[in-house]
Design a protein around this ligand. Structure first.
Ligand code: FAD
Ligand code: FES
Length: 368
């Protein structure tokens, strides 16, 4: 049986022959990031210090050749072929909240911009480890804890009564969840979308949803000292608002700067919350950037270009990113090119599920 050793954490893990490396690390709750699980996002990077893996089927953008030459691999795209020794690329401020399985009720659904909704949930029951509701009790597992920037897997019943699930990032703060038992998400509705298309139809005030989480490693690092930049595309603004608000509420005194990117002016939302934060915190700045039809007074162009036009020196900074994979991948790659270490780039791209999962949901819906 091959072993995976991680000297930095004093771990020696047993793996199955041919097992996927990310699966082994997650099974043993090793602090490693992951998101797409198919070699596209680069979240699951680790350093292969000794031994070999079979590394296949990843996008070159997720693991540039220069990093591969330094021994960096993607755990999700690596198959174990023998004993290996690993180093982790990001263990600073490691926080692990227990993953919970919860029943939630929709408190309200509000349109923030055309086809963009705020979905506010109240936690009503803890479904326990197996998520089967045995002994369900809202207080059973204690308050729901997460770190700003994390996401959860939400499930709703579709028109056929089948559960359909997708990942969504928390737009409210961890404090609201812990003390009020309420969670907020900002969701773009695609009318043909298997989950988001249910908003306003099968998902309305009073609907019961299931939630599993929290997940994700692109969360706010409270011990970091230095400027914080948060870059959002579309509904990526939800988790980025959570990050900047949490940083400011935590008393961060370094500059905290939010870049909120939208494709068109009709999609802009969240300005009131940004203005309120700017009124309360002198160290906070927000830039709304509209790509295609920016009227006078609003900044035009791509959100990443705005960041790089304003900031020439990222020394001591951390950058958080959320939203479309195109924006997150392009800006992350440019930050690394400009010398920011990958441990200071915390990115969650909103990848759609694998095409097979979307087709399966559609095929089921067509039959039903
Ligand atoms: C970590 C993470 C966090 C996320 N956080 C958020 C968030 O906070 N807010 C948010 O809005 N989203 C978020 N997402 C994205 C979200 O999980 C969903 O992918 C998104 O809402 C679309 O899901 P859906 O079921 O509505 O659409 P799906 O049915 O999954 O379809 C996805 C898209 O592909 C198109 N498509 C694919 N295949 C076909 C086909 N065969 N025929 C026609 N059209 C097709 C659909 O029209 C649609 O636009 C996040 C994703 C991840 C991974
Ligand atoms: S989780 Fe491995 S590259 Fe995305």
């Amino acid at each position: 049986m091959p072993t995976v050793s991680i000297p930095a954490l004093g771990l020696q893990l047993q793996a199955e022959a041919d097992e996927n490396l990310l699966k082994v690390l997650r099974r043993h709750r090793v602090p490693i990031g992951w998101s797409c699980k198919r070699g596209e996002c680069g979240s699951c990077k680790c350093v292969l210090e000794r031994g070999e893996v079979d590394l296949q089927g990843y996008q070159p953008g997720a693991l540039p050749a220069s990093q591969r030459e330094q021994g960096i691999i993607l755990a999700c795209s690596s198959r174990i072929v023998g004993d290996v020794q690993l180093g982790l690329v990001d263990t600073d401020d490691y926080i692990e909240h227990p993953i919970r399985s919860l029943a939630c009720r929709v408190l309200w659904l509000r349109e923030l911009a055309p086809e963009v909704f705020a979905l506010r949930l109240r936690i009503v029951a803890d479904l326990g480890e197996g998520g089967d509701g045995a002994g369900a009790d809202a207080a059973a597992g204690g308050p729901f804890l997460f770190s700003a920037g994390q996401y959860a897997h939400l499930r709703a019943r579709d028109a056929r009564g089948e559960w359909i699930g997708r990942d969504f990032s928390m737009a409210g703060t961890p404090v609201e969840a812990e003390y009020d038992g309420e969670l907020e998400f900002h969701i773009r509705r695609t009318p043909s979308g298997s989950f988001s298309g249910l908003l306003g139809e099968a998902i309305v005030a009073g609907t019961e949803l299931r939630l599993e989480g929290p997940m994700g490693r692109a969360y706010f690092r409270p011990r970091h000292e230095g400027p914080l930049y948060a870059v959002a595309a579309g509904t990526g603004l939800g988790p980025m608002l959570s990050v900047v608000q949490t940083a400011l509420d935590n008393g961060k005194t370094d500059p905290v700067v939010l870049y909120a990117g939208f494709r068109s002016v009709s999609e802009v939302y969240g300005v009131d919350r940004m203005e309120e934060l700017a009124r309360r915190h002198a160290q906070f700045r927000a830039h709304v950037v509209v790509e295609f039809d920016a009227p006078g007074g609003l900044r035009g162009g791509r959100v990443g270009d705005a960041l790089f036009a304003d900031v020439k020196d990222f020394r001591d900074a951390k950058v958080y990113l959320a939203g479309s994979p195109a924006m997150v991948e392009a800006v992350s790659a440019e930050l690394l090119t400009r010398g920011l270490a990958s441990r200071d780039v915390h990115a969650d791209a909103f990848y759609a599920p694998a095409p097979e999962a979307i087709h399966a949901a559609r095929a089921g819906a067509a039959k039903g």
